[in-house]
Design a protein around this ligand. Structure first.
Ligand code: 7TS
Length: 406
């Protein structure tokens, strides 16, 4: 990948933070947006803006077609069989809440188990806590090994016949660990459980093929993959969609309405009540076109190279400990670390004074941090526009922070 050329598509990367060039290493939280995505939004709003599927005037027809095409683009990107399997949401959080409320509450009961890992993001934990409270089902957790890796034998043993749903992150937003979803789907289906995947940290970083993964639900956010904020996706396998009830009610999702009753449109409209974020979907499709032109296998290769380099640089710093697997092939594009002497927020603050943007804290994975006995960690996360010099600046900044503060 030609990183210099890619950087030119991201005007924000020319910014200064104080006197320093911006080094943006907070891509797990959100990525920056290329000109092509902003141009697609501008073109939509300035040339085609109308409410979709509601008018027969030209603009409404154009906007509707663009929105429908965006759904097809998403379906192709993750290799869903039917575009109707793609439900647009506000983001991964809303997607997971939809899976929980539309499928979990009506289909689970007392005695059923929901299986998760101990490293789930709060967005793939709390909705299931609520489902458990409302249905009497119980949550069950697969332990994470010391190297941040989930042992497949542990997973298999946890898959008792009372497990009706497995809800796991494809990649952890703290450890970086990538789970073998294909194997998990096979094992879960063998005991009759469905599989719901939180792909927020996977889809932006690696080729994802929902048919080959074999999962039943797959969620992700547009803003973590060059797209706009406020748009996300819940993929639901067609054979499972019939088991779901609508998540929200109102315009756009009905077939027939009387004063006292209503019936629902077919999916995906059934799950997209109200005026959808057409601009967001079109912006997401532009982001997907951008990533597809680069090649998702190339994106993955680039992140493995950066990961290898970042692990080398950070492990060489005395007093720094890295979380998650040390093999870059087993992790996605992020690296979390800590010092026993200097608080994560202080390291992040010193890094910021050198223009290096990272995140510090519990990264919305408080149970994992409690399990590790750490109040907070620093997380550097890289993407298509980062290069080795960004990792050098990170490592230099961390060394300076340790010298200044310990
Ligand atoms: N799942 C995972 C694994 C995530 O990392 C995130 C966001 C979400 C779900 C929720 O996505 P949202 O777009 O709906 O907010 N993770 C992070 C993070 O690690 N730092 O900021 C947001």
């Amino acid at each position: 990948m030609n990183i210099e050329k890619i950087k030119k598509d991201f005007p924000i990367l020319e910014r200064k933070i104080g006197l320093n060039d911006l080094v943006y290493l907070d891509n797990t939280a959100t990525t920056q947006k290329p000109l092509q995505v902003v141009e697609a939004l501008k073109d939509y709003y300035f040339q085609h803006n109308a409410n979709i599927h509601r008018g027969i005037h030209t603009l409404s027809e154009e906007a509707s077609e663009m929105y429908d095409n965006a759904r097809k683009t998403v379906a192709q990107f993750i290799n869903a069989i039917y575009p109707e399997e793609i439900i647009f949401t506000r983001g991964a959080t809303e997607s997971l809440n939809m899976a929980a409320f539309s499928w979990g509450i009506p289909n689970l009961k007392k005695g059923d188990k929901i299986l998760l890992t101990g490293f789930e993001h709060h967005s793939n934990l709390i909705p299931w806590q609520i489902v458990a409270k409302n249905t009497g089902a119980e949550l069950k957790f697969v332990k994470i090994g010391s190297a941040g890796i989930v042992d497949m034998t542990e997973f298999k043993n946890a898959l008792t016949p009372d497990v009706k749903l497995v809800c796991v992150a494809h990649a952890s937003n703290v450890l970086g660990t990538i789970l073998d979803i294909k194997e998990i789907s096979k094992m879960a289906h063998a005991v009759g459980a469905l599989v719901c995947v939180d792909g927020a940290q996977a889809v932006p970083h690696m080729p994802v093929n929902v048919q080959s993964l074999g999962c039943d639900f797959y969620s992700f956010s547009g803003h973590k993959m060059l797209g706009p904020t406020g748009i996300g996706v819940l993929y639901v396998k067609k054979s499972v969609m019939g088991q779901m009830v609508p998540f929200q009610f109102g315009g756009g999702m009905i077939k027939e309405v009387s004063l006292t009753d209503a019936s629902w449109a077919d999916a995906p409209e059934k799950f997209e009540a109200g005026t959808p974020d057409a601009a967001g979907a079109i912006g997401l499709a532009a982001a997907i076109d951008y990533l597809t032109a680069l090649g998702m296998d190339k994106v993955r290769e680039h992140e493995i190279e950066l990961g290898k380099y970042a692990i080398e640089k950070l492990t060489a710093i005395e007093g720094i400990k890295i979380l998650g697997p040390l093999d870059p092939e087993k992790r996605t594009g992020l690296i979390s670390f800590y010092s026993e002497k200097v608080h994560a927020h202080d390291i992040a603050s010193v890094l910021n004074s050198f223009g290096v943007a990272v995140r510090s804290g519990h990264h919305c994975a408080m149970p994992l941090h409690k399990e590790l006995g750490l109040p907070a960690t620093v997380r550097a996360s890289y993407y298509i526009y980062n290069d080795f010099s960004d990792i050098d600046k990170l490592a230099e900044g961390v060394k300076k922070a340790l010298t200044m503060l310990s």
